[in-house]
Design a protein around this ligand. Structure first.
Ligand code: TXA
Ligand code: MG
Length: 327
């Protein structure tokens, strides 16, 4: 284990104050943290990830009390959502405060704000006393990290420390909503569903599925969250016929399915049966993909999950993770 993996919140806070990068745990995925008021530190985040500067960063705050430090013209619905879901896996896009660096917002006039639900990171945010920018702590376009070891594998050399809070409980990135007065739109699906948001607000929330919306959400780029091994989302029938095809080519496959392995599965094929439980699936997904990615399979085949709201965020990530691969 790397000596950079720490659990000392005060030390992590000192690094941030010094302008260094600290990866931190959240309930969704690990973030690559820097002082959100320090331009040179923010610059290091883009360099470390290899991320284009036009892609803005979420600012993590300790609680809704800090909303007005970063945003202006905050609609009442923002407080309704913060009361219902913070600390938690919900990011709100609001009008940025004039003092916020354009480096944080990619030059846009919206700012993304979230209070994450992880005790170590809430302690860090309280001790640090200000906002911490935090994109997912992975190389740009790669799978988001859900353990400290995942962060070390992608970005170990670039960070001063990785605050280890164990495996992330949710496992996929936060739901992002855009608040425009009282109109609320989901820009990125996550663990908090459209129904939960609509219920909390008392009016309907829409899901933005367009790739060409005017508000840039980089996680919405089609090829994202991808393993290096070709990944395909398929029906069980398609999976079975590909097993036959790859067997004749002497190539091995990893298969993630809700069903049991077929009795006649060739021995060099790797079949992973998973529960049809969206929370469990989200929790395990990125670790599973990172693990399989290291095992040199010709391809990873995943059985298409149900097309229901509960699976919405997972289907979204799987679509993006497989987008650059043709079968
Ligand atoms: O769960 C999460 O949201 C994790 C943890 C670490 O908090 N963070 C995360 O950050 O997923 P990142 O940078 O990988 O994804 C944040 C998304 C990006 O697609 C970014 O473009 C969008 O939020 N975003 C950030 N600031 C924005 C802004 N001002 N306007 C529009 N989109 C913004
Ligand atoms: Mg990301």
């Amino acid at each position: 284990m790397s000596s950079k993996i720490i659990q000392d919140v005060s030390l992590a806070s000192q690094y941030l104050t010094n302008g260094d990068l600290v990866a931190f745990p959240t309930e969704t995925v690990y973030g690559l943290g820097a002082d959100a008021s320090n331009q040179a530190a923010i610059q290091k985040v883009f360099t470390a990830k290899g991320r284009p500067q036009t892609h803005p960063l979420i600012v993590h705050i300790a609680s809704q009390q800090q909303l007005s430090d970063w945003a202006i013209n905050i609609p009442a619905s923002a407080y309704v959502l913060a009361n219902a879901f913070w600390p938690g896996p919900l990011t709100m896009l609001l009008t940025k405060h004039p003092q916020v660096s354009p480096l944080v917002t990619g030059g846009q006039d919206t700012i993304a704000l979230r209070a994450p639900n992880h005790s170590l990171t809430l302690n860090l945010l309280r001790e640090f006393g200000s906002g911490i920018v935090g994109p997912s702590a992975n190389i740009y376009g790669h799978i988001s990290p859900t353990t400290a070891e995942h962060v070390a594998a992608d970005l170990g050399d670039a960070v001063a420390a990785i605050l280890d809070g164990g495996p992330c409980s949710v496992g996929i990135e936060s739901t992002i909503v855009h608040l425009d007065g009282d109109a609320v739109r989901i820009m990125r699906q996550g663990n908090i569903t459209v129904d939960q948001l609509s219920t909390a607000l008392g009016f309907p929330v829409s899901i933005n599925k367009s790739e060409n919306h005017e508000i840039k959400v980089s996680g919405s780029h089609l090829a994202h969250y991808a393993p290096h091994t070709p990944l395909h989302i398929l029906s069980i029938e398609q999976i079975n016929s590909l097993i036959n095809k790859f067997t004749t080519q002497n190539k091995t496959l990893a298969i993630i399915s809700f069903e049991q392995a077929p009795k006649d599965l060739p021995t060099d094929m790797y079949w992973l049966q998973v529960n049809a439980d969206p929370d469990q699936f989200a929790h395990d997904l990125y670790a599973m993909l990172r693990d399989l990615d290291q095992k040199q399979f010709a391809a990873i085949l995943i059985e298409q999950p149900p097309q229901t709201m509960e699976w919405g965020a997972i289907n979204d990530r799987l679509t993006r993770a497989s987008a650059k691969y043709q079968i």
